[in-house]
Design a protein around this ligand. Structure first.
Ligand SMILES: [Zn+2]
Length: 576
């Protein structure tokens, strides 16, 4: 493309392709990219890829000065399929009775301020998307269907039901039909099989009865559920008769005026590609398999006079180490959970730096500290100009959108340091400020706001994700038994450390000191190069300090720990 930059990351390449395709299909019109989300329960963090992939591409297109719309379809007119487990305010007995109703016609979990199940689960995602800087046009399928916005498309689909049936029939005998638009859900294999076996798959492409095949499913006029079957349809009058298998309610309606039903999934999706002119819409898992909704949709879309979007498959996004205690919302980590422990820039970066077909993990465990170190190194390289082009591109996409730069922590001290300090101080603000100021004495912190929001994320991580047995508890009393068992060398090394505290009271100073003590003990210069013997001596010395300070063999990095404990208490605990 004319404005193609030197950035050669995957986002730029897709943007080139999407712009070219949009120019071919609909010259002069805004480029349309799309995502679909089902608020059938807490929206899994893994499903964020459904949004982030088109978001990043749309954002790149916007940066190039080209008009683009990112549609997010809320599939809130889908049926309530099952009662998710572990949701506060939701029990199987009460909510089981709503199965078959549209998600917008199911009450929100008890105590929710929202009017429906769909609204409740949508709200958390809306907040997260705002925090992540995702700009989009929301479309509620409930609103679209119940206001008749898809009227023409519904009548068109019914008129061409034979053609649709013929497409679907190519796949019916070959293998079991694929389910709904593949998105990553946290379901185990057994659950997945149960869902397919329950007829969910058949629901996705409509059913064939005595009256023939119909791609439309009404919600029952009596019970409001979708256990309905269309028995006849008149193309001339648009009169449709259906019967409910739940309560045997039956009625005949004019589909040209009727708004309480929807096209089956495998028809609904391509209908919207055509209507909205979607150029780019990725989806999860392998949809190149015969019978998947993306592939079938690629044929059905022509019936609506449209074309299939460019639709890359995105790979699985895993989660490492989500602590049980914080999975309060049905055991499912959501984007909001991730944003509690990391800044939006970091989360955006995880998606931007990996091609959609590469899987990766989002760390809730100790790995998050390493990830933050990597991010800080990248920021340093960006600042000094030594960054590689692809890394620079990912960084840019992480920190700002075409519209604005995301709010950042004014003084981004290392996450692992912040985490260690709040670990030791148990979140005590005054103590935290004192310790953080000691880290760099030549430019002390004036307020904790300088390290926020990163500090708050690190604190949330410590309090919600780090198990109690990995937390740091500074000893109240000296370990006299251990101290009295030390040999002369052990005692001398502790004295050497204590003597150096005052003159080394900073992060850098204490680092020099703790590594230097074993060198001096070995008769080496403080700046001597480490030998294997010296490394062993250092490890032994560090283990001794940990045991005397926190009763464990390991802990936060020693300089940070010493600063956090404070000079007076260190003297008390290490006095020999
Ligand atoms: Zn009914």
């Amino acid at each position: 493309m004319a404005q193609s930059s030197t950035e050669t990351d995957w986002v730029s390449r897709f943007a080139d392709e999407v712009i070219a395709e949009a120019e071919r299909r609909a010259p002069g019109k805004p480029v349309v990219v799309a995502s679909g989300l089902s608020p059938s329960g807490p929206i899994h963090l893994g499903n964020l890829r459904e949004v982030m992939t088109p978001h990043l591409v749309a954002d790149e297109i916007r940066r190039r000065g080209i008009e683009v719309r990112h549609l997010i379809s809320w599939d809130d007119y889908d049926r309530y399929r099952k009662v998710p487990k572990g949701i506060p305010g939701v029990d199987e007995e009460t909510y089981g009775q709503y199965i078959g109703r549209p998600l917008t016609a199911v009450p929100a979990p008890a105590g929710s301020p929202y009017g429906s199940w769909a609204e409740h689960f949508k709200a958390a995602m809306v907040d997260s998307l705002a925090e992540l800087g995702v700009e989009y046009d929301p479309i509620s399928q409930t609103e679209q269907y119940t206001t008749g916005a898809y009227r023409e498309q519904v009548l068109h689909a019914m008129k061409h039901r034979g053609d649709i049936d013929a497409v679907l029939d190519q796949y019916r005998t070959k293998q079991k039909p694929g389910g709904k638009k593949p998105q990553q859900k946290q379901v185990d294999e057994a659950e997945l099989e149960a869902a397919e076996g329950s007829g969910a798959a058949a629901e996705d492409d409509g059913s064939t009865g005595e009256g023939g095949y119909f791609p439309y499913k009404p919600y029952c006029g009596q019970c409001g559920k979708d256990f309905t079957k269309v028995t006849s349809y008149d193309d001339e009058t648009t009169e449709m008769t259906y019967v409910c298998t739940e309560d045997e309610f039956t009625e005949t309606v004019k589909l040209s005026e009727f708004n309480r039903g929807k096209l089956v999934w495998k028809v609904d999706w391509p209908m919207r590609w055509a209507l909205e002119g979607v150029i780019f819409e990725p989806s999860g898992v392998d949809h190149s398999s015969p019978g998947s909704s993306f592939q079938v949709g690629g044929q059905i879309v022509h019936i609506f006079g449209g074309e299939q979007p460019i639709g890359p498959m995105y790979a699985f996004v895993g989660i490492s180490g989500m602590a049980k205690m914080s999975s309060s919302k049905g055991g499912v980590p959501t984007p909001a959970d991730a944003l509690k422990i990391m800044e939006p820039q970091l989360l955006r970066w995880l998606y931007a730096r990996r091609r959609p077909n590469q899987s990766f993990k989002i760390a809730f465990d100790q790995e998050i500290q390493r990830l933050y170190d990597e991010w800080d190194k990248l920021e340093a390289k960006v600042a000094d100009g030594s960054v590689l082009p692809a890394d620079a591109a990912a960084h840019t996409r992480a920190v700002r959108t075409a519209a604005a730069e995301l709010p950042r922590t004014p003084r981004p001290m290392p996450y692992r340091t912040l985490a260690s300090v709040v670990d030791v101080t148990a979140g005590h603000d005054e103590q935290t400020l004192r310790i953080l100021s000691d880290l760099e004495p030549d430019k002390p912190l004036t307020s904790l706001d300088e390290v926020r929001p990163r500090l708050d994320r690190a604190e949330n991580w410590i309090t919600t994700q780090v198990p109690a047995d990995q937390r740091t508890l500074v000893r109240e009393e000296p370990d006299t038994e251990l101290l009295s068992s030390l040999d002369d060398e052990g005692r001398a090394s502790l004295r050497l450390l204590l003597e150096g505290l005052d003159s080394h009271w900073s992060l850098d100073g204490l680092t020099t000191l703790v590594y230097g003590v074993p060198k001096v003990m070995a008769g080496l210069e403080p700046d001597a190069k480490p030998t294997p013997e010296l490394k062993v001596a250092q490890r032994t010395f560090f283990a001794l300090l940990y045991r005397l300070l926190v009763t464990r063999e390991t802990g936060p990095r020693l300089p940070t720990l010493l600063l956090a404990v404070g000079a007076d208490r260190v003297r008390e605990l290490l006095a020999v």
